[in-house]
Design a protein around this ligand. Structure first.
Ligand SMILES: C[S@@+](CC[C@H](N)C(=O)[O-])C[C@H]1O[C@@H](n2cnc3c(N)ncnc32)[C@H](O)[C@@H]1O
Length: 311
């Protein structure tokens, strides 16, 4: 996060620099800049050259030009603050957290009342980080057999925008909180249909043969998810399909994301948990859906994809 704040990755994208010039740009003593550079090099973010120059490391290079990773890293300032006392989180002793404040819907009894200004920061973060999610979903799922996609909790439309770029002939609708969909530019030719509402209290619009829940289920406790899945079932025709895409727990090789990272992130946020596929299947079954089908993604650490149909 410090390297991002002082802009080192962007500066080094043009080529290696001396530690002294990086120190000066960052307003750091050379010794402090060396400490930061060595720490970053140990994480493969930077590379220290024999001539005392500093270059991008392999992971630093991946960060350059991806505003999504940068935005996610920056927002972790809130997670670090909340994680100062993890046991206090586990014991339920924190009645206010930075992440709970940021994700207003996680702690609000009436999320549909959240003003546009209150949801703008998380909506920007979601739009910035959505390309890496859409890339996984598009690699895993074939949308061509569908006619109309309703993206529930679709934010300001970044996911449907990415799907539309690949499948221009589908119809697209985004359902999200009123304060969030207010951020969609409805005048653009590529704008989706927009449906404001709360899936905790409102029915979902009908007419789509495919409904997607992208980074939604893990945000909520079981009672909210059950209510949401029942609304999805009501809105879907019998031949319809539900796609769920999010980081899941118990994925071979990606266990730390589900259990360590999201385990504590969502605890700090105030609701939800990363679930295993079996746990999601259990909730789906209670709401009239059959067992899920697995759609392998290239990087399951970022996102897993399952689909299911009404039974
Ligand atoms: C983690 S974000 C994911 C956004 C988007 N699907 C994506 O992956 O970029 C969760 C989204 O769910 C929406 N949301 C939360 N509670 C909601 C509710 N009760 N009704 C409708 N949308 C809700 C939020 O406003 C937010 O846009």
């Amino acid at each position: 996060m410090s390297c991002i704040e002082v802009g080192w990755f962007d500066k080094l994208a043009a080529g290696p620099r001396s530690l002294a010039s990086l120190a000066q740009d960052a307003d750091l003593e050379v010794a402090a800049a060396r400490r930061l550079a060595r720490a970053a090099a140990s994480l493969e973010l930077l590379e220290l050259r024999a001539d005392a120059g500093v270059a991008l490391g392999s992971l630093g290079a991946a960060l350059v030009g991806d505003p999504g990773i940068t935005a996610m890293a920056r927002h972790h300032e809130m997670l670090y603050a909340d994680m100062a006392k993890p046991l206090a989180l586990l014991r339920g002793e924190r009645d206010h957290t930075a992440l709970g404040e940021f994700w207003g819907y996680a702690t609000s009894d009436a999320p549909d009342q959240l003003a546009a200004a209150r949801v703008a920061a998380y909506s920007r973060l979601m739009a910035a980080s959505q390309p890496m999610i859409a890339e996984q979903v598009l690699a895993a799922y074939d949308f061509s057999k569908h006619r109309h996609l309703l993206d529930v909790g679709g934010g300001t439309g970044a996911f449907v925008g990415a799907v539309r770029a690949r499948y221009p002939d589908l119809e697209y609708t985004v359902f999200d909180l009123p304060g969030v969909v207010a951020g969609i530019d409805a005048t653009s030719d590529a704008a989706p249909n927009v449906a404001p509402g709360s899936f905790r209290s409102d029915p979902l619009p009908r007419g789509a043969d495919l409904i997607s829940l992208v980074r939604i289920v893990h945000d909520h406790d079981d009672d909210v998810v059950l209510g949401l899945l029942r609304r999805v079932r009501e809105a879907l025709p019998d031949h319809g399909t539900l796609v769920i895409a999010e980081p899941m727990a118990g994925i071979a090789g990606a266990e730390p994301i589900g259990d360590a990272y999201f385990g504590f992130y969502l605890l700090a946020m105030g609701s939800g948990r990363a679930r295993t596929r079996d746990e999601i299947d259990g909730l789906l079954k209670q709401c009239g859906f059959g067992p899920s089908r697995w759609h392998a993604t290239p990087i399951p650490m970022i996102c897993s994809v399952i689909s299911t149909c009404p039974i």
